[in-house]
Every structure is written in structure tokens, then in C-alpha cells.
Design a protein around this ligand. Structure first.
Ligand code: LLP
Length: 465
């Protein structure tokens, strides 16, 4: 991470002359007459209609980002063997979201029965779906084979054997993509980096596991080696890490071509493209920059080896939905803590916290926040926005300058919470998980309704109404 939780997020930044907000806010966020609007809808209207905490997804922003990846990849790979963009459903999934993604020309990268069934419910066909996971259940594998999905990303030799057996039983031939580790370690945090060797994912190229799995796949009448996959980590802000990994996987593909007489048709380079969370974060590379770089690596490799170019797939999640989302909270209690003779910190409690955003506690992730319902006044005051959970690590924003007059009933908005917020939400302290609402062109609609205590009690076998 380029910055830590000791950094102070700047005081309530003034909007641009057109009312738009600089920094990590979604495209349509504006401050008008003091109040934030997103997708043309005032936050006060959203709060009145749906309550808080609330996840809000800016449809225009989401779809612009999704299409931008498609156009960038199609453009850069037009003279090669083409490209495919899979939306990583793990970042945020619902039937409505999957429909947008399909309409915008992306495929769906799923990693569980839940995501898979949701994709089908949105109208996805087998060829629109990829299936990931390092420990797929037999049921998940069967489902994938029965729907003739685009590809199944296989993570280990044991799993390859399992898929082979199930495919044989079903009389199917499974489209296999082998997930390999290229030894590249990238990303902001150890826990969310997945390509170094001492971790649970993938077949090591270096240790020969990838080669062994490739041989076994090519040799099996029930398996078809359709691709090689590499995912090097999360929240990556440099294009170079991808190029190093692509190089390693292309070299493996060349060996498979030369020694096993198999030209692997697809190269899947995974997700992990970083976004801005706070005003202090650097602007990440644009999709066009990634697409161009990857195409340059693939083109050069093809020219050097003379092997036919692969179709290149990517799996962005966060970079599509992260910046498109924000969370609305209502302020409850506040208190001041004297840090030393001259400094104090104000604690501002909101009605959610680590149950709707576990990322600060889990990854020490940094966010920023703004007063959303009105133009707040007064001096910038060092503040910590905290949740309502029975835990002191329940922090939404570590250090932010908020106006002195922030008070109970104010609405706070946290930008860049579209990815890995709702999907990692919990019922800790039996809080009900917030709903997800889409806004577009002045109107809003529910994507995922707010959970209720009744929903939670419905699972309790001893509960009697
Ligand atoms: N493909 C594969 C194989 C993945 O494992 C992931 C993320 C993605 C694609 C999408 O990555 P994205 O473009 O969204 O970064 N929960 C964490 C991140 C873990 C993501 C795991 N895999 C977070 O909140 O940051």
C-alpha cells in the first residue's frame, strides 16, 4: 500500500465548478445545492426510500467501465486472435448486474454454484460462463459440464482427475483451462496476492506441476485443453506485473505446442486491475494501457515463436464495479477523544460498519467519506468513522477531516465500495445486510433487497413467530 491508516484523508473536498466530485467518486456523482446526487437521484431520496446503510450502484458508471474494457481489448487484439472479457462476479453479483454485463458483451466468471445459478437466472448460456475455484464440488463440476460452459479453470492435479472422472460418467468432454502460477507476486496486500508459489492456488510452472497437468489433459479423451490461466493478485496498479506473467504463460504455451503438439487456443490473464479508493491514491492505468501492453507481449511472442496467437481473456471485477458503488450511512453518536495536549480525534459512529465493509479490518483498506445530505460547515476536524459493532477494529475510515458540524442524522457517503462490499457482508451482531440499489437517469431500483431480522430468524430452527 502506498499509504497507511495514519494518513489523513483531506477535508471535504470542494466539488468542481460543474458540481462533479474529484477523486474516487463514480462519474455521475454531483454536489448540487449542497447535496450529493448519484445517477441523478438525491441521496436524501434514496435514504427516504430505502433507509441506511445502503449500497448504491451507478449503472451508467458500471456499464461505461464494462464496455470500455470490451472495446479496449477488442481494439488491441483485433489483428491477433481476438479477446474476451469475463466480469468477475465475485466482486458483486445479482441477476440485474449479470444482465447488464451480458448486454454489454462480457462473459461471466463464476466461482461457485451460487454465482453460476445467478448467471443462468440472468439468461446466460453455457458459452457465456467460466467456472473457477480451487475446490469445486462434484455438483458444481456436473452443473458446468451439463451446461457445456465456455471453460472450467482447473486448479490442481487432484481436481483435474475429478473433472475427468465426472466428464467420463456424463459422456462429456470438459473444456479445461489450467490455472498456473507464474511466480509473479503483485498487489497491495499479502492476503490478496495469489501468484507467488507458497499459496493454495494454481499449478506451479517452476515445480513442473503445470507441465504434468498439461500432459494429463492432452492425453485424456475426456478433457480438452482449451486454455492457460494466470491471476497474479488484486488491486494491482502497474501494467508490468501483467506483462511478466503473460510472458511466462506464453512460454509454457510454446512448450506445450512444441512438445505435446497441442496449440492451446486461449490465454486467460485473470483480474486484479486496481482502482482509486481515496483522493490520495494514484490514478490507475487505463484499460487501454493494459490491453495495448498485453497485445504487444502476445504479438511479439507470436512473431518470435511462429505459433498461432491465442485468444486472450481477462477477468476484471473490482475495476468495473468498485468505483461505480458508494455506501450511504446515517450518523448516530459522536464523541471526542483527546490524543495529547493539542490534538483530539472525533469518533463518528454510523449505522453499519464491518458487517457491510470488512475490507478495512481484513486488509487495512483505506477509504474516504463525505457528508452527503448537505453542505457541511465549520473547520475540518480530525475524525474517525466507526461502525456499530461490538469491536474496536470496526472502522469505516481511519482518519478523515470532516466538518466540525457533523451531527446525528447526517448522511455520510463512502465512495468506491461497489466491489467486495455486499458480497463479503456478514450478519455479525445479527445486523441485517444492507440492500443494493441501482441508480440511473434520475431513478432508482432495487437490485438486492435489504435483509430483515425476519430473514435471519427464518433460518433459526428453534424460532417461533
Ligand atoms: N479472477 C480470479 C481468478 C480471481 O481470483 C479474482 C479475484 C478476479 C479474477 C477478480 O479480481 P479483481 O479484478 O476484482 O481484482 N476480496 C478481496 C480481493 C480478493 C479477490 C480474489 N480474486 C478484496 O476485497 O480486495
Amino acid at each position: 500500500m502506498s499509504h497507511s491508516h495514519n494518513d489523513i484523508q483531506p477535508a471535504f473536498p470542494a466539488p468542481e465548478p460543474d458540481g462533479s466530485m474529484a477523486g474516487p467518486w463514480s462519474h455521475t456523482v454531483r454536489r448540487e445545492n449542497g447535496e450529493l446526487r448519484v445517477g441523478g437521484v438525491k441521496v436524501s431520496q434514496l435514504v427516504a426510500a430505502y433507509g441506511t446503510p445502503l449500497y448504491v450502484i451507478d449503472e451508467e458508471d458500471f456499464r461505461t467501465r464494462a464496455r470500455r474494457w470490451v472495446v479496449a481489448m477488442n481494439t488491441s487484439f483485433a489483428d491477433l486472435a481476438g479477446a474476451r472479457v469475463f466480469y468477475a462476479c465475485k466482486a458483486l453479483m445479482s441477476v440485474g448486474i449479470a444482465r447488464w454485463v451480458l448486454e454489454d458483451g462480457l462473459a461471466l466468471d463464476t466461482c461457485s454454484e451460487g454465482e453460476f445459478v445467478t448467471a443462468l437466472a440472468a439468461g446466460a448460456k453455457g458459452h457465456d460462463i467460466g467456472l473457477h475455484g480451487n475446490n469445486k464440488s462434484e455438483r458444481e463440476i456436473m452443473m458446468a459440464l451439463e451446461h457445456n460452459i465456455s471453460h472450467m479453470v482447473v486448479d490442481s492435479m487432484a481436481e483435474l482427475r475429478l473433472v475427468e472422472r465426472i466428464a467420463e460418467n456424463l459422456g462429456k468432454r470438459a473444456n479445461i483451462v489450467l490455472r498456473v502460477t507464474a511466480g509473479v507476486h503483485a498487489g497491495g496486500h499479502e492476503f490478496i496476492s495469489t501468484a507467488h508459489e507458497d499459496q493454495k492456488f494454481g499449478l506451479s510452472i517452476q515445480a513442473g506441476q503445470a507441465w504434468e497437468a498439461a500432459q494429463a489433459t492432452v492425453a485424456s479423451p475426456h478433457l480438452e485443453l482449451v486454455g492457460l490461466h494466470s491471476h497474479i493478485g488484486s488491486q494491482i496498479l502497474s501494467v508490468d506485473a501483467f506483462s511478466v506473467a503473460a510472458q511466462a504463460v506464453l512460454d509454457l504455451r510454446a512448450c506445450i505446442h512444441n512438445e505435446l503438439a497441442c496449440t492451446v487456443p486461449e490465454l486467460d490473464l485473470g483480474g486484479g486491475y486496481g482502482i482509486r479508493y481515496t483522493g490520495a491514491d494514484a490514478t490507475p492505468p487505463e484499460p487501454e494501457a493494459y490491453a495495448e501492453l498485453l497485445a504487444t507481449v502476445v504479438r511479439a511472442h507470436g512473431e518470435k515463436t511462429g505459433i498461432a496467437h491465442p485468444l486472450v481473456s481477462i477477468e476484471p471485477g473490482r475495476s468495473i464495479v468498485g468505483p461505480a458503488g458508494l455506501t450511504l450511512y446515517t450518523v448516530g453518536t459522536t464523541k471526542n477523544v483527546q490524543l495529547d495536549d493539542t490534538h483530539s480525534r472525533r469518533y463518528v459512529s454510523v449505522d453499519g460498519g464491518m458487517s457491510d465493509n470488512i475490507r478495512p479490518a481484513l486488509y487495512d483498506a483505506q477509504y474516504t467519506v463525505a457528508v452527503a445530505n448537505r453542505e457541511a460547515r465549520g473547520e475540518g476536524t480530525l475524525s474517525r468513522v466507526v461502525g456499530k459493532h461490538c469491536e474496536s477494529g470496526d472502522i469505516v475510515v481511519h482518519n478523515v477531516e470532516l466538518p466540525a458540524d457533523v451531527t446525528a442524522g447526517d448522511i455520510l457517503a463512502t465512495p468506491a465500495t461497489g466491489a467486495y462490499g455486499r458480497v463479503m457482508a456478514s450478519n455479525y451482531n445479527m445486523l441485517s445486510r444492507p440492500g443494493v440499489v441501482a441508480v440511473h437517469d434520475g431513478s432508482s431500483r432495487v437490485l438486492i433487497r435489504r435483509e430483515t431480522v425476519a430473514d435471519q430468524l427464518a433460518l433459526d430452527a428453534d424460532y417461533q413467530a
